[in-house]
Design a protein. Structure first.
Length: 196
């Protein structure tokens, strides 16, 4: 386990042995990557079960095998500020197909959104209605690259911008079974006990 960048509490990027196997398994689904819209593609449980042993600290982090999801972002996609799910606080992500360094993820200050209305789209997200990015300055920016896994704080408002890219970007994103109870700090403590 090698930390590439510790930007707590927003993200921690790292690499570890096993990452390459995760990528190869996901690339078997390459025929699914050609989408016109942002797509949440759930891998079959059988594939998740195969990938699981290559995920660091998978026994402690207790991942949901039904929620081994590929997030597929075609060129031109901008996803406005949101927090994931109704109560997810943290995720573990893996770069699967990223062909350039143009896609930016930004985290904002949660307190700036206290008075905004939230759209949950049936309980799958917490999107800010009428988010105007020009009115907010990101607290942290991340450019995710191949060779990287990341502890991702999904409980701080974030957006991502693939609008200047001409490539489809694919990441794998995992959630724990008891997602509402797990926080960024819990993943950090379990994955990197030496730095907490
Ligand atoms: Fe998100």
């Amino acid at each position: 386990m090698v930390i590439i960048e510790d930007a707590s509490p927003y993200f921690i990027k790292f690499n570890y042995s096993g990452y390459d196997n995760v990528v190869s398994e996901c690339l078997k689904f390459k025929s699914e990557f050609n989408k016109e819209r942002f797509t949440h593609y759930r891998l079959p449980v059988m594939t998740a079960t195969k990938i699981l042993p290559w995920v660091p600290e998978h026994k402690k982090l207790d991942f949901n095998l039904s929620r081994f999801s590929l997030f597929i972002s075609p060129p031109g996609i901008y996803y406005p500020a949101h927090r994931d799910g109704l109560s997810y606080k943290v995720g573990l992500n893996f770069a699967i197909q990223i062909e350039n360094e143009t896609c930016e993820t930004h985290w904002y200050d949660n307190t700036e959104f206290d008075n905004y209305e939230i759209e949950t789209r049936g309980g799958v997200t917490r999107d800010i209605i009428n988010f105007k990015r020009e009115n907010h300055i990101p607290k942290k920016t991340m450019i995710f690259k191949m060779g990287e896994a990341v502890i991702f704080n999904t409980d701080i408002y974030h957006d991502f911008d693939n609008t200047t890219s001409d490539k489809t970007r694919v990441i794998l994103t995992l959630r724990s079974n008891y997602a509402p109870l797990w926080k960024f700090e819990d993943y950090k403590r379990i994955l990197f006990p030496a730095i907490v």
